[in-house]
Design a protein around this ligand. Structure first.
Ligand SMILES: Cc1cc2nc3c(=O)[nH]c(=O)nc-3n(C[C@H](O)[C@H](O)[C@H](O)COP(=O)(O)OP(=O)(O)OC[C@H]3O[C@@H](n4cnc5c(N)ncnc54)[C@H](O)[C@@H]3O)c2cc1C
Length: 440
């Protein structure tokens, strides 16, 4: 067992998680903490992922590396280590990690911030874990992008027209923001790419969205849901609302009423579950999220804090619980940075308070819907605004320029349908494993 040498004079804030909440907090604390305080960020990946643009990575309209940023570049004042936290020792005020060699590493904290997000719930429906593709990480987006392109290649090589159609069928479970953005992005990619293939046309492509509620994009006003529904149907997407999914299998989805939605590829865009770290901890949770005070203190623990998706943070603005959204995680990080800086300077913490400015969803074919400041917007103007907002939210000027260039490129040139191969020369065992992974 190794203990990192830290002077016990130094007061230490340890953050678990390098996502919207953790990385934004580490960045904001860098500017605020007084002398004698240090920040250590532990995350299982070395980068922050800008999840709102993951659907565009799947749709091959953005370079995958442009939606991520190394956490140590984002928060240069913090010490960052890429290693998953295995356990939280509340009594000894330590977190327990395991480093690459397998040795246990314990990190001391004076204040602990839990910002580990949530994971995708894959046991909601029989067959989901085995057959559905999740979209949460950069790895998920890259694998899915590659898989969609592979399906086009397999369809081109397939001699039987019926099997070809089956290969070209895709279904998305969930008509919320992620599901609808994915449906639009996948359809755009398939339609754009189909002109380079000789054995099938866009008529052979099938993309379906299955939503359990009465309408898609339910948090938006009804007129915007109707507009999105109409645009998607116009693009050829089958939108099924009020339908429950009873099973997912290799050939598609069986609905509650027995109907079969054919799909060689099913993507899930529903359901969050607690990270294993929290599922196994004694800290109190409510629907998988940590119970915290309005100041973001974990209930019953003076020096333990939580924010982002993993915490049910009460919003003092309207008394509701914060939703699992990046825009809330960023604002919570800002408030918590102020709270911790105030405590470091002998002050006290303030409650989280945020008035949401609205939401946008890109629906494909250069269109979006949104309600910024309560104003209903739809169509190409909304799409332009959606892009401008996300561009402004990217955490660095270099990434903003790269994404702007990707979108500008997209206006004049076909999107990139190169399958990113991970096959390496002269490593037969690894290559066979790679082929197996990409086939499963
Ligand atoms: C496809 C998609 C699209 C989205 N679009 C939008 C959108 O348009 N607008 C919006 O506001 N929100 C959007 N969201 C939601 C948004 O991504 C989340 O609300 C946000 O990421 C929450 O931030 P977080 O830091 O709490 O969690 P995350 O961003 O999930 O970060 C958690 C971090 O903790 C790390 N971690 C987990 N367990 C451990 C462990 N044991 N040890 C160390 N590190 C650990 C993870 O690797 C990760 O770095 C979208 C989400 C998805 C999946």
């Amino acid at each position: 067992m190794v203990e990192w040498s830290v002077s016990h004079e130094t007061r230490r804030i340890v953050i678990i998680g390098g996502g919207f909440a953790g990385a934004s907090l580490a960045r904001a604390l860098g500017r605020r903490l007084p002398q004698g305080w240090e920040v250590l960020l532990l995350s299982d990946e070395n980068h922050f992922v800008f999840t709102p643009l993951l659907a565009e990575v799947v749709g091959a309209s953005i370079d995958p590396l442009h939606v991520v940023w190394a956490v140590r570049e984002m928060a240069p004042v913090a010490s960052c280590r890429s290693m998953p936290v295995q356990a939280i020792d509340l009594e000894r005020r330590e977190v327990v990690c395991v480093c690459d060699s397998g040795e246990e590493v314990r990190e001391r904290w004076d204040h602990l911030v839990i910002a580990c997000g949530m994971t995708v719930k894959l046991d909601l429906v029989p067959g989901m874990a085995e057959h559905a593709w999740p979209l949460k990480t950069l790895g998920d987006a890259l694998a899915l992008r590659n898989h969609v392109i592979q399906q086009l290649e397999h369809a081109e090589a397939e001699p039987h027209p019926e099997r070809r159609k089956q290969l070209l069928s895709f279904a998305i479970v969930g008509g919320g923001f992620t599901g609808i953005e994915l449906a639009g992005a996948v359809m755009d990619l398939l339609v754009d790419a189909s002109r380079f293939y000789k054995r099938f046309s866009r008529e052979d492509i099938r993309v379906s969205v299955v939503e359990g509620g009465p309408r898609i994009l339910a948090p938006l006003p009804e007129s915007l849901s109707r507009y999105a529904d109409k645009v998607l149907k116009g693009m050829g997407v089958q939108v099924l609302t009020g339908k429950t999914v009873s099973e997912i299998h290799a050939a598609g989805i069986t609905l509650g009423d027995g109907e079969l939605v054919p799909a060689a590829t099913t993507i899930t865009a529903i359901g969050n579950a607690a990270q294993p770290l929290l599922a196994d901890s004694p800290l109190e949770t409510e629907r998988g999220r940590l119970v915290v005070t309005p100041e973001m203190r974990v209930k019953g623990h003076e020096n333990v804090w939580a924010l982002g998706d993993c915490a049910a943070v009460p919003n003092a603005f309207d008394g509701t619980t914060s939703p699992t959204l990046g825009q809330f995680a960023i604002r919570q990080a800002d408030q918590l940075a102020r709270n911790l800086a105030a405590i470091a300077n002998g002050g006290s913490a303030e409650p989280f308070h945020y008035h949401m400015k609205g939401m946008f969803a890109a629906i494909g074919n250069g269109r979006a819907v949104g309600n910024p400041f309560g104003i209903r917007l739809s169509g190409p103007a909304a799409y332009f605004m959606w892009r401008a907002i996300y561009l402004a939210k990217m955490p660095s000027i270099s990434r903003q320029l790269q994404i702007a260039f990707d979108w500008f490129w997209d206006l004049f040139f076909p999107r990139d349908i190169v399958e990113i191969s991970t096959l390496r020369t002269g490593r037969p065992v690894e290559n066979a494993a790679n082929r197996e992974n990409s086939a499963s």
